[in-house]
Every structure is written in structure tokens, then in C-alpha cells.
Design a protein around this ligand. Sequence first.
Ligand code: HEM
Length: 165
Amino acid sequence: MKRFFLWNNRYLWYSKYITMYTTLQFVHSYWAYLVLVIVFLATINALIGFFSNKEYSPRDFRISLFALIVTHIQLLVGLILYFVSPLGLQSLTSNGMSTVMKDSMLRLYAVEHPLIMILTIIFITIGYSKHKKKLVSKPKFKMLAIFYTIGLILMLSRIPWSQWF
Ligand code: HEM
């Protein structure tokens, strides 16, 4: 009776863990579409604003802020996922650093994707806060255009495209 209870308890814990993993994976995977679209729009908007000498408007502020918010939410989910997914930290501890670094797919998930995405979000955050400190339109758009473009390129370079679709 006691053994059965223990086994049952363990099974429950295991299934809850799997549910948490698949939920986070689902959220991270679908939220990425929103991140991609919004960061792309915010970058194009900043580039158009800069090159056409447009007047900075509340609409420009909203789209750059929205890009900041969606990427930060993705960072939060990604960080938790890194500690739950078999492709994150567990991959490093169970396969070992040298095996992971030799396999391009394992390396992408456990090392390159998390590091480059954190860098992407750092660039977007710096761009957003620098643009807020500028007082006139041209330098505002310039800061957004530079930092959001670098962030977008970095992001596009390390999305696991082949596994995502
Ligand atoms: C702009 C930020 C990010 C974007 C757009 C993004 C996008 C993605 C996409 C599209 C996938 C593939 C999902 C699938 O196969 O269905 C993925 C997987 C993953 N991401 Fe991110 N990600 C971001 C940030 C992060 C961060 C900051 C971390 C961790 C620190 C992270 C950790 C992971 C992990 C561990 C997986 C593999 C999950 C699994 O299938 O087990 N991501 N990400």
C-alpha cells in the first residue's frame, strides 16, 4: 500500500513536470511569432522615420515600447524553459560541454540560441532607453534604427527555423 502511494506520488510529480514543460514550450513557440512580427515592424518603422525625417509621434513610441515588452516576456519564458527543457541546461549536464559544442543542433539550443537572444534583448532595451533620452525626432529614430536593426539581425540568425515550422 505504501509503495503504491509512493509510486503514485512520483508519477503525479512526473506528469506535472511534463505538463509544465510542454506548456512553456507551446507558449515560447507561439509567442515567438508575435515577437518576430512586432520587432520587425518596430525596426522598419524606425528606419522609415530616420530616413524620411518624419516627426516622432505617440504611435512611434507605442510600437517601440510594444517591441520592448513582448521581447521581455519572451525572455522570461525562455529563461524558465532553459531550466526545464531537455534541450537546455539538462542537455549540457547530461551530454557534457564538449559533446554539445561538437553537435550543431545541441549547441544551437543549449548555448547559441539563449546567449544570442539575451544579446538581442539587451540591444533592444538599450535602443529603447537611449531613444527616450533624446529630445528631437531625428536622434530618437536614429537610436531605435541602430539598436533594433542589430537586435533583429541577431534574432533572425539564431532562431531554430528547421524545428520551429
Ligand atoms: C527574442 C527572444 C526569443 C525568441 C524569438 C525565441 C524563439 C524560439 C523558438 C522559435 C524556438 C523553437 C520552438 C519550437 O521548436 O517550437 C525556441 C526554443 C527554445 N528557446 Fe527560445 N526564443 C527567445 C529567447 C530565448 C531565451 C532568452 C532563452 C533562454 C535563456 C530561450 C530558450 C529556448 C529553449 C531552451 C528552447 C528549446 C525548447 C524545447 O523545444 O525544448 N529562448 N525559442
